[in-house]
Design a protein around this ligand. Structure first.
Ligand code: FUB
Length: 309
């Protein structure tokens, strides 16, 4: 497979590249990374920042998927999903996450809803982690009118993150300004109970990411603006959450930072974006980066060291 500096080939066929320091992806602008480890490979999902310089606004019309067996050689697969694959959505390929259950891959995405004012969360499904994915419901899973009792803002229903707990119960967390969570049914495409606010997350902005390690639940999230990534820990997924401080400082030249945390082949990784590519990088032309994540003996996480190597 060929590496296309424009990325055009990747629209229709696999292309490969070798990681060479951060940012990981240099041939196109990528944002809101979400890692998935499955069957000895890491899959990296991201939104495509397509806003041409010098304009400064979100232009995101598709999501991308990359995979690797060693975190060094990466394959970029054909475009797996676009907002236009959801008939009810108007656009905006905002942050997302993919999770596997019983051999099917569920991709939770934030988009602009076509008829219900504001952002919404949809879910697509595929038999393969690289797609093709299709709308799993034919309608949004979360719409803005479902959370107006908590906040009146129209962009609060973004940034979905999903976990399947050890007992098989799946949970969806999401939010901007207010963090929410709800149970998912086993089919992964319907809520299984009320939407609940997550309490005690100081200065929560957006981008929750939930993961589990040695009996602790970790809820990391973007805080303030420009964003730092902070985190809280709990022994129970329903809380109470205990704030543990800053995990990652503001990422160079980008107001957003949007993290994903995964374990791959016994190492933990912190995947995020900065605005670090040459003169064009910005809050709207972002680039996915990967650094190592280390725990302390008490389960807290060491501050991330953002590298360029
Ligand atoms: O990429 C669009 C939005 O910017 C995401 O949904 C947020 O997390 C922030 O990164």
């Amino acid at each position: 497979a060929l590496l296309s500096s424009s990325g055009i080939l990747a629209d229709t066929q696999d292309t490969t590249f070798v990681a060479n320091g951060n940012p990981l992806i240099k041939h196109k602008f990528t944002a809101d990374p979400a890692g998935l480890v499955y069957n000895g490979k890491v899959y990296l999902y991201a939104g495509h920042d397509q806003c041409p310089a010098p304009k400064e606004r979100y232009e995101m019309n598709e999501w991308l998927v990359f995979s690797s067996s060693d975190m060094k050689t990466w394959t970029e697969h054909p475009i797996p999903l676009k907002p236009s694959d959801f008939s009810w959505a108007k656009g905006d390929a905002w942050a997302s996450q993919v999770i596997e259950r019983d051999g099917k891959f569920y991709w939770y995405v934030a988009v602009e809803h076509g008829s219900i004012h504001g952002k919404a969360i949809g879910v697509a499904v595929s038999d393969s982690p690289t797609g093709p994915f299709k709308d799993a419901r034919g309608s949004a899973l979360i719409t803005n009118d479902m959370t107006t009792q908590f906040t009146k803002i129209s962009w609060d229903d973004i940034d979905p993150t999903v976990i399947i707990d050890d007992d098989g119960q799946a949970y969806l967390f999401w939010g901007n300004t207010q963090c929410y969570y709800a149970k998912l049914k086993k089919n992964m495409v319907e809520l299984d109970g009320p939407i609940m606010p997550v309490k005690n997350l100081p200065r929560f902005t957006e981008a929750p990411w939930i993961h589990k390690y040695k009996g602790w639940y970790y809820l990391s999230y973007a805080s303030e603006f420009p964003e730092k990534i902070c985190y809280a820990m709990s022994r129970n997924i329903n809380g109470p959450w205990e704030y543990k401080g800053i995990l990652n400082e503001i990422a160079g030249n980008s107001n957003t930072n949007h993290q994903s945390i995964i374990e791959f082949k016994n190492n933990w990784y912190f995947i995020y974006h900065n605005g670090g590519i040459n003169t064009q990088g910005s809050s709207f032309r972002r680039s996915v980066c990967i650094d190592r994540l280390f725990y302390n003996n008490d389960g807290t996480i060491k501050r991330i060291n953002m590298t360029t190597e």
